[in-house]
Design a protein around this ligand. Sequence first.
Ligand code: SAH
Ligand code: MG
Length: 213
Amino acid sequence: MLAAMDDSLRKFAERARGFMPPNEGLALFRAGCAGAPKGPLLEIGSYCGKSAVYLGAAARECGARLFTIDHHRGSEEHQPGEEFHDPEIYDASSGRIDTLPFLLETLAAASLEDVVVPLVGASTEMARSWSVPLGLLFIDGGHSSPAAQDDLAGWAPHVALGGLLVIHDVFENPEDGGRPPYEIYRRALDGGSFVERSAEGSLRVLERVVDRV
Ligand code: SAH
Ligand code: MG
């Protein structure tokens, strides 16, 4: 039987601050359960923990751990004056965005602290020190071209054979949104090691079918 997301966690995730529509969140949950037998789940782009609740629920339900990475200083579009700025996550005393307290609060309120491990720092730095094959990699961090390309180059090699590579904000049509997530999705497919398994909204789920060298 397919694993189902805990109902109270699903409602909690829907109310949480962030950028993950319910249909895409449930697709993320399903991908998390599908990848869990192959290794831990890892997310790039925790923000305030909305997608981490979907993946954390999968980790709990399907016996894995979720590592979630963020430097917590926000992406370009979250900075003051930009389209997705939220004044509540701006720390006036330091003059910077700080989403770490919100992430910790979300994980505590969802009772997911035992299965979700926050990692605080720049994603590409951490990729260099990582060695555990991943059951699922979720790329939802910086959307500039260098940030997205570096996340794919640094982290995709860590996805286990049969493990999943999930990319958010993939818009085939340039009028619907920015290009870098779409470009890394294409690059992953064109590289020949990944095939597409499913799509939901702007979420794309790919599976590694050629082993890492
Ligand atoms: N998954 C979240 C949304 C992520 S927004 C949700 O469900 O709501 C993107 C996040 O990526 C931001 O919090 C930003 O701080 C982070 N980010 C951007 N570039 C990064 C980098 N190079 N290293 C670590 N985190 C980064
Ligand atoms: Mg996103």
